[in-house]
Design a binder for this molecule. Structure first.
Ligand code: SAM
Length: 289
């Protein structure tokens, strides 16, 4: 062991970030801890076995995944109390970030077991660092709900946030999620797509939301792999935009039903369709008074 190498301390839970693609993105401290921990609690033991094999580490793996998180956490706590050191890893990136980890971390903290997080890769931070955001503020949402109705409701709830929002998305739901972003947030906001970070086909693309589907459909490879999506925030002049959209909507309402008028006004002005539909209902009820 080199003088500045670390050894896993007895009775300590290490939360270890691992690569999100490129295996060289494992920190030296993560290597030290993976080599010396008594137990490596892994989301998928086969995936982590691959990482360990790449570094010639013969660690003892233990399954800690979403479906056994409570039971596995109780077993890990027993081992920690008995003085064993445990390294917690997920398949990729930082444990507990859209990945299992929270249950054992909370239980360990409640039991006053020493916790040591090892910083390292996380897809959201990697994407944000390449996005060139100027404001310094952003929010992380993670995965949107799978069901379209719930997904749209969540996007509605995020719509007024003035800074960028970051999402994780799988290739299976990518197109529907982007379509919902256009429908709910309007087509004018910027979308930054970060695909296959740190991997061979790493790719970045920035465009207005209403051009994103055409870009993704332009080449089926663009829909492959893993994605972080970063959508710009609600523009400061949204109130002015809404005034203009309201004016267009009022004209359309003279000849069209509310839902149609809201859809067309959204297409013309880029304002949010759902917000325009609500406004159309208000305008109609005002007219009836
Ligand atoms: N714990 C991980 C982290 O810290 O980033 C995230 C795990 S989450 C289950 C997996 C999601 O993260 C993927 O669906 C994708 O949205 C994003 N992701 C992970 N690796 C990525 C990569 N190499 N490029 C782009 N996105 C990635």
């Amino acid at each position: 062991m080199q003088p500045n190498e670390f050894r896993a301390a007895p009775g300590t839970l290490y939360i270890v970030a691992t690569p999100i693609g490129n295996l060289r993105d494992l920190t030296l401290r993560a290597l030290d801890i993976l080599k010396t921990a008594d137990l490596i609690a892994a989301e998928d033991t086969r995936v982590s076995a691959g990482l360990l094999a790449a570094y010639g580490i013969a660690g003892k793996l233990f399954s800690y995944r979403e479906h056994n998180e409570q039971a596995a956490s109780a077993i890990l706590l027993e081992r920690l109390r008995a003085g064993k050191s445990v390294a917690l890893v997920s398949d990729a990136g930082s444990p507990g970030i859209s990945d299992p980890g929270a249950v054992v971390v909370r239980a360990a903290r409640a039991a006053h077991i020493p916790l040591v997080p090892l910083p390292g890769p996380s897809a959201v931070v990697t994407a944000l660092s390449a996005a060139g955001l100027e404001d310094g503020h952003w929010q992380f949402y993670g995965f949107l709900p799978h069901k379209a109705g719930e997904r749209r409701r969540e996007l509605e709830a995020l719509a007024d946030y003035p800074w960028p929002s970051a999402f994780y998305e799988s290739p299976h739901r990518l197109l529907e999620t982007v379509a919902d972003m256009v429908a709910v947030l309007g087509g004018e906001r910027r979308l930054f797509i970060a695909r296959e970070l740190t991997k061979r086909f790493e790719e970045f693309h920035a465009c207005p939301l209403n051009e994103a589907l055409a870009w993704l459909n332009g080449d089926e490879n663009r829909q492959r792999g893993e994605f972080v999506l970063i959508v710009s925030g609600c523009p400061a002049d949204a109130d002015d935009g809404m005034k203009e959209a309201g004016r267009v909507l009022a004209i359309l309402l003279e000849d069209l039903p509310a839902s149609q008028a809201a859809r067309v006004a959204a297409q013309i002005t880029g304002a949010r369709k759902n917000a325009l539909y609500d406004l159309a209902q208000e305008l109609k009820s005002d007219q009836q008074k």
